[in-house]
Design a protein around this ligand. Sequence first.
Ligand code: FES
Length: 215
Amino acid sequence: MNTTLPIACPGTAGESALALQATPTDPDKRRWLIASGSAGGAAALATAVPFVSSFSPSERAKAAGGAVAVDLSDIPPGGSKTVGWRGKPVWIVRRTPEMLEALQGHDAELADPLSIKDQQPSYARNAARAIKPEVFVAIGICTHLGCSPSKAPKGGNDPGLPADWPGGFFCPCHGSTFDAAGRVFKNKPAPTNLEVPPHRYAGDMRILIGEDAAT
Ligand code: FES
């Protein structure tokens, strides 16, 4: 399991794409910057730490290890939300039927299409890498050197992506690409799929990050 804090990649051309804005579920609408593309690795690491220390005591406890409850009802289809868990950004993406369909047909291009490597709980070892296919939960940290990948939808015009890009995530630090289930493409620097943290449903529209049925 990757325990590295996300870092920004120094000096990349697509620096603005590195900034991962995360919106806490709190009503005060605070936003924080997980990683800043304009800083070097060490500076960006320093940027990432205050994101935890700026929490209230109860939020800090959650970020330090407690389960984090996430309301799914305000995430539109195709949208996403990022929450902090154990000091890491966790993405919750509501995938559309089109996004799920785009997971098919490129297994031969993936390094670990069946999620054989231990990067997810057993209940997420399936094609969608999820409990419910329409909700994808993953730690938003590249498995290469810990940068924060960006969402890269199908039909985007990022020059670092192929014309037949099915949609997913792109790490501009060294060019690793992941599909919309966080499965890494072959011959990329990232050695494994994105990590899926333990999680479980506590209602139709509510999940707990950091806790599963076995805990
Ligand atoms: S850190 Fe993502 S490709 Fe290197």
